[in-house]
Design a protein around this ligand. Structure first.
Ligand code: N01
Length: 538
């Protein structure tokens, strides 16, 4: 495909990233608006985050019938998921199925990373440069780079001396990594680490888990889907489409409207037990006030801590794993398949980095303040420079030589997470300031992609060539994002990547919009219906 793409012409739209967002944006702009489009993608194939996340146990935490494009009835009828939560390989199959159905790959330039992008004020166009030395020009630039695509390997002294192999989960090799007969060390116990531990422990000779912050997790209860449920989904996709659009997080479950204080202790325990048995992210939907009230939250937190202590037989491990310092759901809550049970194996060890921090890595493994751990493989499940990282990586320069990294020195500033003042004609799908990572991503993506499509269509119909928001509007939106977040417990959690606190030196600002997808969509639609109020069009 690569050599078929002309490098000279001015594209109507260039989309960066060929994941869920980039592919649907291509469908909307190429097939619905008839624009001349190019997608530029670093990977060798479509998939976005799922192209890179092939680590052991990688699986989506959203139930499969909701983790789908909903824009096409035909697609919903044609595709059938096989498990309650789709695994990474099945998601890649799905994305490839979509790419093939709509013949998308012919417009995608693979194996090219965008390294620099500059706005040309004379032409109102964007110039893009890639690591392969290619240059492209476009009228509209659309970032579909994802929120969690900038892998973070912490700067630990001596890693370059390590004689074994090391991998980041978000950059996993395409060929399977074998853990057979290997001593493995895994740093990180977020959603990713919690998925990886049970699978690595099963095949490795020995696994040492290095935990900095203890984490909650609820059983996913993954299982193959019954034929009956598969049929139910196909027969009811219209119902699910409406349902998913109405729930705050775009997930296929209702958030209860009862408060923790509405029920007595016995009833509460029964409700939690039922939710635990059902499994999945909907545990947090058991009561309405779990993410807004510390007291209410503590009942869920204590329930899960008790489950951990009951499951983990080694009292020392049980103590380290249940010594959790933040409210349940304050960080993105993981779900797992036998994570805590894995600590009952005899080939696993757990290191509490709070009491025994890593000092450095040497040729043979990891040195902590008290011990040395001989390792053949180190797995970094250490997360991402989330939300802003992938955008900043493109070295974007807007009007008046404005550098994005300078504009965002104190944290991201956007209008609706869709545009940045000083960067005309650049749209950011699921950008900071939008619901994005607080939702089931395909739902947030579809809403953004369709809004951008409608906006560009409006511009073309009315002969506008430039759209740009202002500093004042972005500032006001930033305040709104912060007011809404402060109604929840989310901004109060230390070390949360929602705040950028996981990356040394990153400004700490709560980045996603926490007011829910339906409310956010209403705001976006109001902007659209009022002649794109908040944007200057010319
Ligand atoms: O990353 P994380 P993740 N020394 O940042 C630790 C999504 N996701 O890849 O908490 C030692 O959550 C860090 O410790 P601490 C989901 O949205 C989705 O797990 O900072 N440890 C933490 O334990 C999720 O939230 C699916 O103290 C260090 C871990 O590494 C997001 O991706 C599946 C360290 C990082 O946890 C990110 O999850 C999986 C250091 N220097 C993930 N630096 C789906 O279902 C970091 N850590 C779609």
């Amino acid at each position: 495909m690569v050599n078929k793409v002309s490098k000279e012409k001015i594209y109507d739209a260039i989309i960066v990233g060929a994941g869920f967002a980039g592919l649907y944006q291509l469908i909307c702009l190429r097939d619905q608006l008839n624009l001349n489009c190019l997608v530029i993608e670093t990977g060798e194939d479509v998939g976005g985050t799922w192209y890179w996340n092939r680590y052991p146990g990688a699986r989506c935490d959203t139930e499969s019938h909701a983790y789908s494009y909903y824009f096409s009835d035909e697609l919903l009828k044609e595709w059938t998921w096989t498990e309650r939560y789709p695994g990474h390989a099945e998601i890649r199959k799905y994305i490839n199925f979509v790419a093939q159905k709509y013949d998308l790959k012919k417009n995608i330039l693979f194996k090219n990373r965008v390294t620099e992008t500059n706005f040309n004020e004379n032409e109102n166009t964007w110039d893009l440069f890639t690591d392969k030395g290619s240059k492209f020009k476009t009228k509209f630039l659309i970032s579909a780079v994802g929120c969690l695509s900038n892998a973070n390997i912490p700067n630990i002294k001596g890693l370059d001396k390590f004689e074994g192999k090391y991998y980041h989960t978000g950059n996993w090799p395409k060929n399977d990594v074998s853990f057979e007969d290997k001593k493995v060390g895994q740093i990180g116990t977020g959603s990713t680490g919690i998925q990886a531990v049970p699978v690595i422990a099963e095949t490795a000779k020995h696994l040492t888990v290095f935990q900095r912050t203890a984490n909650y997790s609820v059983p996913a209860r993954n299982e193959p889907l019954s034929e009956e449920f598969k049929k139910h989904v196909k027969d009811n996709y219209k119902y699910y489409r409406d349902f998913l659009k109405k729930t705050p997080n775009g997930h296929p479950f209702e958030i209860s409207d009862r408060l923790v204080s509405d029920v007595n202790e016995d009833e509460r325990q029964l409700i939690y037990e039922k939710a635990w048995e059902k499994g999945g992210l909907q545990f947090r939907a058991a009561f309405q006030d779990l993410v807004t009230s510390v007291e209410a939250n503590s009942t869920a937190s204590e329930f899960i801590k008790a489950k951990i202590r009951k499951t983990v037989l080694n009292p020392k491990f049980a103590e380290i794993l249940s010594d959790i310092d933040h409210p349940y759901g304050g960080k993105r809550p993981p779900i797992d398949s036998h994570y805590f049970e894995s600590f009952n194996r005899d080939n696993i060890n757990l290191v509490d980095l709070r009491n025994d921090p890593i000092t450095h890595i040497d040729e043979k493994g990891i040195q902590t303040s008290k011990n040395h751990f001989d390792l053949d493989i180190i797995v970094f499940a250490t997360g991402y420079d989330a939300m802003t990282g992938p955008l900043l990586n493109m070295n974007i320069t807007g009007k008046d030589n404005l550098k994005l990294k300078d504009v965002w020195k104190e944290g991201p500033k956007t209008f609706l997470g869709l545009q940045i003042a000083g960067f005309p004609n650049l749209f950011t799908i699921t950008g900071p300031g939008s619901p994005s990572v607080l939702t089931n991503m395909p739902m947030a993506i579809e809403q953004h992609v369709e809004w951008i499509r409608d906006c560009i269509s409006h511009m073309l119909e009315n002969n506008f060539s430039v759209i740009e928001t202002t500093d004042k509007i972005s500032e006001d939106w930033g305040k709104e994002v912060s007011i809404v977040a402060n109604k929840t417990l989310l901004p109060k959690v230390k070390h949360s990547w929602y705040l950028g606190a996981n990356i040394p030196g990153k400004p700490q600002v709560f980045m996603p919009y926490a007011g829910g997808l339906p409310r956010y969509e209403e705001i976006c639609n109001n902007v659209r219906d009022n002649n794109y109020k908040g944007f200057n069009l010319r």
